[in-house]
Design a protein around this ligand. Sequence first.
Ligand code: ADP
Length: 352
Amino acid sequence: MSAAGPRRGSALWGAAKQRMAQAWGDHASGAVLPDIARRPHTASADVSGAPILRVDALRKRYGDQEVVRGLSFAIHRGECFALLGPNGAGKTTTLRCCLGLVDPDGGTIELVGEPVPKAARAARVRVGVVPQMDNLDPDFTVRENLIIYGGYFRLPREQLDQRIPRLLEFAGLAGKAGTSIRTLSGGMKRRLTLARALINDPDMLILDEPTTGLDPQARHLIWDGLRQLLKQGKTILLTTHFMDEAERLATRLAVIDHGTMIACDAPRVLLEQHVEPEVVEVYGEAARSWAEVRGRALCNRLELAGETAFCYATDAAPLLADLATRTGVRSLHRPANLEDLFINLPGLELRD
Ligand code: ADP
């Protein structure tokens, strides 16, 4: 292949397009995307103050199983909105409905001012997507992957030539333009997928579990990138089952299970509503007996999980004073976090 990337219409181009279409469903293939190069594309194109994504009473059924059951939420410009929930809760299905990749059985969706699925193609042109599974093309280099993706949006080559170095810089891949995808680490691939999602300068990013499978350092690099994008005014919708990810990034979050909304608000508000502010974790061989004999009386609530006692308190001072006199127990005093919210949220069924 030439250093300039695969030529449109070539056999390699065709193969790349086919692979992308398989990964995303036919809707995502370049052939069905409208030509955004000729379309006005400004942030002010949306009605001022209107949500960038509005989902109302969404329903989706697979066979006998209704996996999204009347979900409603709205996301405004500049927000980072996290969809949380256990595996199988319906998060990915919700995202796929929002992108028009599967047709809902009920409800309405409006994405960047366009009704979905009716005008999903027009909406997708102004949205960047990071799918859960890596679908970079292993046959091509880093730069070629971006060129191919830009081709789906019919972006002119000069524009791509300007954008790609900036995107690689953003992704921390500035020296990797000519590198084969096969030699990239998992974190680099994820960052490239994020850069690829920005090729069309989208108003909104939709990320399905953006850091699953990454080590802590790689996750931090992705989070830094997402924070930069939020500072630039982009809107982010992400799914995750990492509470720390939601805690670091989300301005609001929705917890869903069995396709229904369990809770939706700012993380701080949800914590205030559902969890005491202080937590003392007590471990060790004497933890269970200490919990029953002393612990329960000294805190608002106490949960036992294996050898650990989780003590939830409005004021942890009496607990800590008692623990200081004990042997056979160790303890960790910390503020309540979203993990605690997840464990304590009424209506959320804990399972493996
Ligand atoms: P989550 O992203 O929260 O893990 P999903 O939206 O992927 O949940 O899945 C919700 C439910 O829908 C699961 O029970 C899953 O097995 C089922 N499901 C998802 N996609 C399909 C499909 N294409 N066909 C049949 N069932 C599906």
